[in-house]
Design a protein around this ligand. Sequence first.
Ligand code: AKG
Ligand code: FE2
Length: 365
Amino acid sequence: MASAGTPPYITSLSRTLSHPPTPTPTPTPTPPSHDQQQRGPQIMDSSDQLSAQGELPLIDLRLLCHADEAEIQKLVVAAKEWGFLQVANHGVPCKLLSKVEEQACRAFALPVEAKTRAKPAAGSFHGYIFPKSSKEDGKGLPLSEAIRLPLNPEHRAEMIFKFWPEGDEAFSSAIEEYIEAVEAILLLLLRSLASGLGLHPLQFAQNLSKDGNSSALRMNFYPASQPSPTLGFPSHSDPQVITILHQNGVDGLQILKDDKWIAIKPRLGSFVVNVGDTLQVMSNDLYPSVVHRVVMKSDKFRSSVVFAMAPHPQAILRPAAQLVSEQRPSQYRPFTAEEYFLSTRFHGYNGKSNLDRFRISPTLA
Ligand SMILES: O=C(O)CCC(=O)C(=O)O
Ligand SMILES: [Fe+2]
């Protein structure tokens, strides 16, 4: 959790940024040899036509790290206008990214008994999530397989023992190293997003917590789509504060901008970052969370690793007082982070409508 005083990530970030960027491209790990290919493809709706292929605004983290005012303003504009952006010069070595991809593939290739052991316990959302077809549950849940790892190190260790009862040093250490690196980036971004609006740098990070169900490192695995486009992850916005996404280089991510779907081309070596619902609330709608989805159209599998942090479950979410005025009244009633997360889960994936349930003047019927 971030605290006042010298933020602990400064040390960690400078260590991360001191790694020279490795020029070699990320190798594609061996795909899991299990039942992935057996699931039937889900044909996309004919109204789901793509409008364009897009390049997200690109932010230089090295400049942000030096509090470069122009880069901070570029970030603010990107977050306001897109809610999605990419970050380069993040200092996370390609080698670590490949290692994490490789370890995710190992976990997805485990036998069904191991995956069953790691299913989320009652009341928990962390664990292995079996693929569901939207036909089965009618709610449009993801067709991808996923593993949601707790960020709390003790809980994560317990979870890893469920996958590998003897423990697995290679998996544990890669994940730990990765979390440390991306957490530093997430905090730097939140700091810059707050100071760019003239707020205290810790305004958006003050209640962040590794506990609770919402904060997680989520690994997604999407089988190759054959022969027609397959919905890998239905449209949704992320409930947390901010998300950092690493993808294996296979297309699939699409974002909804101005009512049109835009396919985001993976940019080798950079992370995709997106505003979550919680940041939209805290910024009183200045930074919008954006609906996105994954559509598979590739004969290669896609994997992604998603790091998202949320406030402590009992933290009260509301717009920052400095962003509320007579001209711009508070758009949301106060609510706890847990209430929001549970509501997201209860109502399922359905674009962004969940946020409207917490608006002072709901736009939902
Ligand atoms: O795999 C991706 O690119 C996106 C995954 C995603 O949106 C999520 O896990 O929330
Ligand atoms: Fe997402």
